[in-house]
Each structure stands twice: as structure tokens, then as C-alpha cells.
Design a protein around this ligand. Structure first.
Ligand SMILES: Cc1ncc(COP(=O)(O)O)c(C=O)c1O
Length: 395
């Protein structure tokens, strides 16, 4: 009979092999933070290793997901109607994962000109060095994308509404054209938080979002998700995720799990405030145009109305052509409640000017993007008013 060594541990052993904490009747509403690289097997015969294990409720190694990460992945998949969601450390790494899952040397990829900047930079830099050719297309192309598809086209990207200038794409038309040529379509669905636009119902093959934004919701976490519905995308993304050793910290996943509980109420509040503020800005003499898909004056409005169930917290303003850049930068610097910073989706309102942005269709006026957080609307309008007054006094 084996000797019971449990009761004979010296203090060194006790420290390095602490008792497992029994959870017993402790039933919390929160998903526990499970940290773990090593997963212990009951016997040598039980050893397994593979990223598909999680689908069978088995664990083999932390990199394939701890229970915390897999619970978050399952909740995102459920929200988006996906078969599976894979988690990565940021929205940008979700974009990179998709490229590497679907493209190889000799591939041709189509990326809309209004896509998130680092997406286009990745395509034009590192991917080009690997022999992947990215071609930039007009986001309004719709079914016309068929004319750009080649025999080597491996992926069509969509981002709708587009970063900064908010063009809404005709995703179903793009999907129809791409699928007719056997090409999968990827969508950056960050604006919609994976919920305001139903990517899979509109035919998209792989949908990513920066959970950093709305799901995290407090400007304190970076995380990305890649969601798939069909078997071939599941295998491609899963194999690539594993090969690259991508993973997500359980602590970060726990923050996003908490964020999800208030996502709906935050999205509703931010939608209301952003719309009111966008409408107010449209009445200001310094403003040439407001780019907000829910405003009937915005180009993509009809498509937005057809395909989306709501609008989000971000929109942009194009200042009048005749106003010099210094005027706009003075305005941004004069804001006190809107903070100057990248990213969006959190409780604090943000602003960012894009003085060098090359989007000729909007004229030469400087473009400023706003994220409207959870502050009272009147306080934000008061801030905008005082900043515009500072500029008027100075000019
Ligand atoms: C549309 C969009 N996609 C992806 C990302 C990248 O997300 P992350 O900051 O988590 O890398 C961003 C970040 O600003 C974004 O705006």
C-alpha cells in the first residue's frame, strides 16, 4: 500500500504544494480568475494536448484557455452567434491572427481605405515582406468589389462603419461577390461591439472585435476576439492561434467578463449622448459636417438603418475648410472634460484630431473624432461650448 505522504510534509513542501482551495458551497456570481499554465492530469494515460480539447470540456494546457478565458470566449460566441470565439491580447493581434489564418505567400487581400490604421500598416509592411499583397479599396464599392477579386485573393476585409470617417459598407453585397469567387470575408466589428451588427447573419466568415473598447468598457484592459461560425474558418483560426502561441490573461478576461454585464446599459446611454452631441455640433458655425451614421445627413445612413440595430459612442466632425489647422488644434487643447487619447468605448469622453488624414472626399477641413462616455450630456456640451469660444476669441 502506498504511504500517505500528505501528512508528513515539511514546511518547504507545504509552501510549494499548498492545499487546493475547496469551493464547497461558496457560490459567487463572479466567474473565478483561474490562473494556470500547467494543468494536472490524474494519470499518464489521461494526458492530452490540443486546442480542440476545450470544445470537449477538457483542459490540457493553459495556452488553450483557462476556465476564465473559455467562459469569456463562450459568452462572446453566444452574443455574436458564433460557433467559437478565440481570444488574443489586443484588437490588433486579432487582426493579425485573421491575416495569418487566411493568407500565405502569394495571397492577395482587399482592405478598405478607411480601415483601422494599424491594420493597413500591418498589410503594407510585415505582410508585404511575407509576400502577401494588400490592395486598398473604396469602402463604398459594394458589389463592385467583384472587379477587384483575383484568383489569388484569399481574404476581403470590411470595417463598418470605418475608423474615423464612419463610412458604412454594404457588407451583404461584398459578401455575395466574395463568396461567388470562393473568397472569405473578415469584418472588424468593433464599432458594433459584436452586437449592433449581426456579422454572421450578414454572411461574414470571420468577425473580430477589440474587446478593449466596449466590452472592457473602462479604458483599463486590452483584449481582442476572433469569432467564427463554419468548420473551415474554425480550423484555420484555431490552428493559427495555437501555432502563434496566442493567449489571453485570465485577469484581463475577468475584467471583460465584468464589463459585459453592463455593456447593454452603457451602449444605450452612450448612443443617446453621442447622438445629442453630434446633433448639437452640427449646428455650430465652425463645423462643416458631422460624420455619424445615425444622422440622416451622413452618407452611409441608409445602409446603417438597413443593417444595424443601433449606433455607438463615436463619430467625427469635419471642421470648415477655411478654418486653419491651428484653430482646430486650439479647440481640442481647450477641451477639459473630453480627454485627448487613443481608443474609445470607456466611461470617459475622448477626443482626437487627425490633422494629416488623407480623406479628400471630406474636403480639406481638419477631422476630429469624439467618443462620448457616460458624463452628463450638459456637462459635455458646456465643455464644447467653452472650447469653441476660446477659438473664436483667439481668431
Ligand atoms: C476599429 C478598431 N479595430 C481594432 C482596434 C485595435 O484594438 P486594440 O487597441 O485592442 O489593439 C482599434 C483600436 O483603436 C480600432 O479602433
Amino acid at each position: 500500500m502506498a504511504k500517505d505522504l500528505e501528512h508528513k510534509q515539511d514546511w518547504r513542501s507545504k509552501l510549494s504544494q499548498p492545499r487546493a482551495v475547496e469551493q464547497g458551497e461558496f457560490r459567487s456570481l463572479a466567474v473565478p480568475v483561474h490562473r494556470g499554465s500547467t494543468v494536472v492530469f490524474p494519470s499518464q494515460q489521461d494526458i492530452r494536448e490540443g486546442w480542440r480539447d476545450h470544445a470537449e470540456g477538457e483542459y490540457s494546457y493553459g495556452i488553450y484557455g483557462t476556465p476564465t478565458a473559455l467562459e469569456l470566449a463562450a459568452r462572446i460566441a453566444d452574443l455574436e452567434g458564433a460557433r467559437q470565439t478565440f481570444l488574443v491580447g489586443s484588437g490588433q493581434s486579432a487582426i493579425a491572427l485573421i491575416y495569418l489564418a487566411f493568407c500565405g505567400t502569394g495571397s492577395h487581400v482587399l482592405v478598405p481605405s478607411n480601415a483601422y490604421g494599424p491594420n493597413k500598416e500591418l498589410a503594407a509592411g510585415l505582410l508585404q515582406r511575407c509576400g502577401i499583397e494588400a490592395e486598398v479599396y473604396e469602402p463604398s464599392l459594394g458589389a463592385g468589389i467583384a472587379g477587384l477579386i483575383r484568383s489569388s485573393t484569399s481574404l476581403v476585409w470590411c470595417e463598418s462603419p470605418g475608423s474615423i470617417t464612419m463610412e458604412v459598407q454594404d457588407v451583404p453585397a461584398i459578401v455575395a461577390a466574395a463568396h461567388a469567387a470562393g473568397v472569405p470575408v473578415a469584418l472588424d466589428n468593433t464599432y458594433a461591439a459584436g452586437v449592433l451588427f449581426d456579422a454572421f447573419a450578414h454572411g461574414v466568415d470571420v468577425s473580430m472585435q477589440a474587446l478593449t473598447k466596449y466590452a472592457g468598457g473602462h479604458g483599463d484592459v486590452l483584449l481582442g476576439s476572433v469569432s467564427v461560425r463554419e468548420e473551415s474558418a474554425y480550423t484555420r483560426v484555431g490552428d493559427t492561434h495555437r501555432a502563434l502561441g496566442l493567449t489571453a490573461s485570465p485577469d484581463d478576461c475577468s475584467l471583460v467578463l465584468r464589463g459585459l454585464e453592463t455593456l447593454a446599459i452603457r451602449m444605450d446611454a452612450m448612443e443617446r449622448s453621442a447622438l445629442r452631441i453630434a446633433e448639437w455640433l452640427a449646428t455650430q458655425p465652425a463645423v462643416g459636417r458631422v460624420l455619424h451614421p445615425a444622422l440622416p445627413t451622413c452618407e452611409g445612413h441608409a445602409l446603417w438603418k438597413r443593417d444595424f440595430s443601433g449606433s455607438a459612442s463615436i463619430f467625427s466632425v469635419v471642421f470648415r475648410d477655411e478654418l486653419p489647422q491651428e484653430y482646430v488644434l486650439r479647440f481640442v487643447n481647450a477641451l477639459q472634460r473630453f480627454k485627448i487619447g487613443w481608443s474609445w468605448g470607456g466611461t470617459v469622453s475622448l477626443v482626437m484630431a487627425y490633422p494629416g488624414l488623407d480623406r479628400p472626399r471630406y474636403g480639406t477641413g481638419c477631422i476630429v473624432r469624439f467618443h462620448v462616455g457616460l458624463e452628463p450630456i450638459e456637462n459635455l456640451i458646456e465643455d464644447l461650448e467653452q472650447a469653441l469660444a476660446v477659438c473664436s476669441r483667439a481668431s
